[in-house]
Design a protein around this ligand. Structure first.
Ligand SMILES: [Zn+2]
Length: 300
């Protein structure tokens, strides 16, 4: 990969540590969001897939990024737009907008050292390859199913070589071994998500960082529980089931909760300081649409 430096503006617009802080800025943000929506609309010349040139934080160069209409919806101004977090995939590394934003946060905002010990809760994905290229000490894993031992490395899993099995709510790693723990759109699929936060804190060194994305409902103070698992291990649905794509299964993964701002309190209670919703936007780096968030928190 190229090791260029971006001369373009930073994509990091704001940091929020609570809903109150976000709401206080929302009115002032309001008119500016209309500017962003207008930029989106001007870019959407066609309802066919199309490419834009933008800076890729993972490839450290300008690449072609493909905008598709999968999961499209309408925005507050009534215009139909792509699911911006899920599209604008880089033609070189394959990462979509939210995946590139997470990399951008690590590289340009947290200035994570190349020698950092990184755990990423995925191993069969394009993001894993990118993280492995950026950092020297990377361990990945997937949740392979209840038939595997924690920490077990499976030589061949559906054609993927040496895949490590981990359960984020009870990790097999020792205490304080990682500088960075990464997770992308996984916590919403784990009913014991509070355990995943305390487990992430446990395996991080003091001052180490948990950096993650989740579908985040910035208009919700409280996390909405969609489903739970009872004592017998059966799923109890509270709201209509919502399934998301899963790289190691064709069935998709059930979404157990839609996170609201109390996710930051949950992180604080799990042993983190400065839990923050980092808001990003920047068409020059392939981040278009309503500004979205990468979460970060540091081990206290
Ligand atoms: Zn790229």
């Amino acid at each position: 990969m190229a090791s260029g430096k971006s001369q373009l503006p930073s994509i990091w617009l704001a940091e929020f540590t609570s809903k109150a802080e976000f709401d206080a800025k929302a009115s002032e943000l309001g008119a500016q969001l209309e500017v962003m929506a207008a930029i989106d609309d001007r870019m959407l010349m066609s309802r066919h897939p199309f490419d834009i040139k933008a800076w890729c934080a993972a490839c450290k160069s300008v690449t072609d990024m493909r905008i598709t209409w999968h999961y499209c919806g309408s925005n507050p101004t009534g215009s139909v737009h792509p699911a911006w977090t899920e599209t604008c995939a880089c033609s070189q590394c394959g990462l979509n907008s939210r995946m590139r934003a997470l990399i951008d946060l690590l590289v340009s905002k947290l200035n994570v050292s190349q020698t950092a010990h990184v755990y990423i809760a995925e191993q069969t994905t394009v993001s894993f390859k990118v993280v492995q290229n950026l950092f020297e000490n990377v361990i990945g894993s997937e949740y392979l199913g209840p038939g595997y031992k924690l920490g077990e490395v499976v030589a061949d899993f559906n054609g993927h070589v040496n895949v490590r099995h981990e359960d984020l709510s009870r990790l097999s790693f020792a205490d304080s071994v990682f500088d960075i723990v990464l997770s992308q759109d996984v916590f919403e699929h784990i009913p014991e998500y509070l355990n995943t936060f305390s487990e992430s804190a446990r395996i991080l060194k003091r001052g180490g960082s948990l950096v993650f994305t989740v579908p985040f409902f910035y208009d919700q103070a409280e996390t909405r529980i969609r489903a739970t698992v009872d004592a017998q291990g059966s799923v109890q649905h509270i709201l209509p089931p919502e399934f998301h794509g899963n790289p190691v299964s064709n069935e998709g993964s059930l979404c157990f909760q839609n996170f609201g701002w109390d996710i930051l309190d949950a992180l604080r209670n799990a042993g983190f300081k400065q839990p923050t919703a980092n808001m990003y936007w920047g068409p020059w780096a392939g981040h278009i649409g309503f500004p979205f968030f990468v979460m970060s928190a540091h081990r206290a």
